[in-house]
Design a protein around this ligand. Structure first.
Ligand code: ZN
Length: 420
């Protein structure tokens, strides 16, 4: 990174956070290892008029705010993001979908047409730098198969698991990569392409994909719920995501439903996710079956191995009328209704779209949910709200990353990293 690039990085940080970075953040931002190097750079920035020294404190000088830096220079086009989207031209959008089991990169456009897509499996415990190399190759392969160069992209969207910091462009502690801590995904991808890059968490990205490309596209007030291993939501009201001031908007899996409930991975007790997250439901079932030495069709449906019990085995046993499975399903759908009821009561959305298990087990989930919801919300918001499974099954990963790119262009124009 040369001096100009460091100025640009500092400017971008200042624009996003409305403050200067601390020393520790500067180490990361400028790619330095020693505080001494940061100190020297700060002196140089003061000399060059980007920073001002006020007694012992450093402040941003007008030059840091006024001069357009690398970040604001239009890349590939002089049009604003809004103009690009309205131009009628099919944009070249790159989508990067980082998931628990794989990372997929696709090339598509604002209509949701996907021209090329490739994926690599996740490697738990992998060094972030090795991941970066593999991702770089994947991006290159997708561009090549679409006959494009890195400088012909209009925007890039990244959908990644939380917790993450959108303004800082960081994956903070992805649950499926225990060794990862503050991985600068925005910087990594920005170094691979010459286009504005936008980032958001996967649940938010899925909600955007539903708004742009789903069966109910165009609805401006919607909640998308993803409940696979955990439970998350993307909440859109008036066409905009509820991002929250620390990017925790939509972290509905950690609404506490019962203080005396099971311990959650987040440290609290009785979070919604402990009752409806696939992993938690399966673990509780395994413990109950082992402790009681219970005979149940759930085990048969898991290939005879208690260890292999999952939501699929549970729902298959429900279909066979297995008493334990039916009892567990009752409790699962009741907790599901409790959380959705709270959301419907608070947000009053036009539609709630459910992913994963609601798609595969529609007939087991939806009627049970509808029957229980009136206990947990008023009839007015319930009557006004449709609750449906997602129609984007299988494509939602790629589409969600494209949706992040589109929203980024639309809301922040070219070149910024501020949230989608
Ligand atoms: Zn929790």
């Amino acid at each position: 990174m040369n001096f100009d690039e460091r100025v640009a990085a500092l400017r971008k940080f200042h624009q996003c956070e409305r403050r200067l970075p601390g020393y520790k953040e500067m180490l990361e931002l400028f790619g330095y290892r020693s505080k001494n190097a940061v100190h020297k750079l700060v002196l140089r920035l003061v000399e060059a008029g980007y920073l001002i020294k006020r007694s012992h404190k450093i402040a941003a000088a007008p030059r840091l705010e006024d001069e357009p830096g690398l970040a604001e220079q239009p890349v590939g086009s002089t049009d604003s993001g809004e103009q690009l989207l309205d131009s009628g031209r099919a944009l070249n959008l790159l989508g990067v979908d980082i998931g628990g089991t794989k990372t997929a990169v696709c090339l598509g456009n604002q209509k949701g047409e996907i021209l090329a897509t490739q994926r690599i499996p996740a490697m738990p415990g992998e060094d972030p730098q090795v991941f970066k190399c593999r991702l770089n190759e994947l991006v290159g392969a997708v561009l090549e198969s679409a006959g494009l160069k890195a400088d012909s992209l209009d925007a890039v969207g990244i959908s990644a698991p939380g917790p993450l910091s959108v303004p800082r462009g960081m994956l903070l502690a992805p649950p499926n990569n225990p060794g990862w801590h503050e991985v600068p995904i925005f910087k990594m991808v920005s170094e691979m392409v010459k286009a504005p890059v936008f980032l958001n968490n996967d649940a938010n990205a899925c909600a955007l994909a539903e708004m742009f490309f789903g069966e109910h596209r165009g609805i401006q007030s919607l909640i998308y719920l993803t409940f696979s291993t955990g439970m998350g939501a993307g909440i859109i009201t008036n066409g905009r995501l509820v991002q929250g001031i620390t990017d925790c908007g939509g972290e509905v899996g950690h609404m506490v439903l019962d203080l005396h409930g099971p311990r959650c991975g987040c440290g609290n007790f009785g979070c919604w996710e402990t009752y409806v997250g696939g992993r938690n439901v399966a673990e509780r079932l395994k413990a109950r079956i082992r402790a009681g030495g219970l005979k149940t069709a759930i085990v048969d449906q898991a290939g005879g191995e208690v260890d292999k019990i999952d939501m699929k085995a549970l729902s298959a046993a429900v279909r066979l009328g297995d008493p334990l499975a039916v009892e567990e399903w009752e409790s699962f759908t009741d907790r599901l209704a409790q959380g959705i009821g709270a959301l419907v009561q608070v947000i009053n959305p036009e539609i709630v779209i459910l992913g994963t298990i609601a798609i595969h087990e529609r007939d087991l989930v939806m009627p049970a949910l509808q029957a229980k919801l009136p206990k947990y919300a008023w009839r007015w918001p319930l009557e006004a709200c449709r609750i449906v499974p997602s129609s984007l099954e299988g494509r939602i990963g790629d589409l969600s990353a494209l949706a992040v790119a589109i929203t980024g262009l639309r809301e922040t124009g070219n070149g910024a990293m501020r949230h989608a």
